[in-house]
Design a protein around this ligand. Structure first.
Ligand code: 13P
Length: 248
């Protein structure tokens, strides 16, 4: 049995003082023994949010990291830095970073390997565009993104990573994938993990759906057999995120 995971991706929202106030206000409402709750917050909010959540089961995550440990990389943050801060999770290869900030299949792989090396759990994002879906290329796109992302990872690593299926056309649009579309994609991802690493590894790996998840659609999406929870954007920076976390 895989534990359900609900991860909020705050994106570039909440200045540190507001982030802290939101975490303090929400922590008891979001705390859960049943669901693993993760808040992926801007770097500058990590400290205040982490401190605010102390004593709860809620974890923090970053939204990106560099694949080198240190050096002349102005403006970047390394996995070593996140580990030293006690940050357990990091989103890797979000489509917004792939589209606008130069993340590629290759850097997604390098970042994922480095995250694992530091004991961080990478939340590796894959997903097709509207155009690719219309051209019936969804399966091919997912296969390619995943093949790159998982290069040089091992079967054991499948319990140390999270994969998030985020169709780009569903992100921030209010147009959620149907339960069937999301399930089909997540099943394909699990099948690919199985082909590569075996059934035991595929049974362990967590696969999340992301893209316009709301309190209204969380339950039916998260109840699909191959969907182990969600990566939630807009609905994670409002008080009703509580209803996504306690979706049942
Ligand atoms: P929305 O939930 O706002 O569609 O964003 C999804 C997302 O990008 C999470 O990473």
């Amino acid at each position: 049995m895989r534990k359900t995971i609900v991860a909020g991706n705050w994106k570039m929202n909440f200045v540190p003082s507001r982030a802290k106030a939101f975490a303090v206000e929400m922590k008891d409402k979001l705390d859960s023994n049943k669901v693993e709750v993760i808040l992926c917050v801007p770097y500058v909010d990590l400290r205040s949010v982490k401190d605010a959540l102390e004593g709860t089961n809620i974890k923090v995550g970053a939204q990106n990291m560099h694949y080198m440990d240190e050096g002349a990389y102005t403006g970047e943050i390394s996995g070593a830095m996140l580990r030293d801060m006690g940050v357990p999770y990091v989103i890797i290869g979000h489509s917004e970073r792939r589209e606008r900030f130069g993340d590629t299949d290759t850097t997604v792989n390098l970042k994922s390997l480095k995250a694992i090396e530091h004991g961080l759990v990478p939340i590796i994002c894959v997903g097709e565009s509207q155009k690719q879906r219309k051209q019936n290329r969804t399966q091919g796109v997912l296969r390619k993104q995943l093949a790159f992302a998982l290069d040089e990872l091992t079967a054991d690593d499948m319990s140390r990573i999270i994969i998030a299926y985020e169709p780009i056309w569903a992100i921030g649009t209010g147009e959620t994938a149907t339960d069937q579309q999301a399930e089909e994609a997540c099943a394909l991802i699990r099948q690919q993990v199985e082909q590569r690493f075996g059934k035991a590894a595929a049974d362990k790996v967590h696969i999340l759906y992301g893209g316009s998840v709301t309190p209204d659609n969380a339950k039916s999406l998260f109840s699909m057999p191959n969907i182990d929870g969600g990566l939630v954007g807009g609905a994670s920076v409002v008080p009703s995120f509580e209803k996504v976390v306690h979706f049942e």
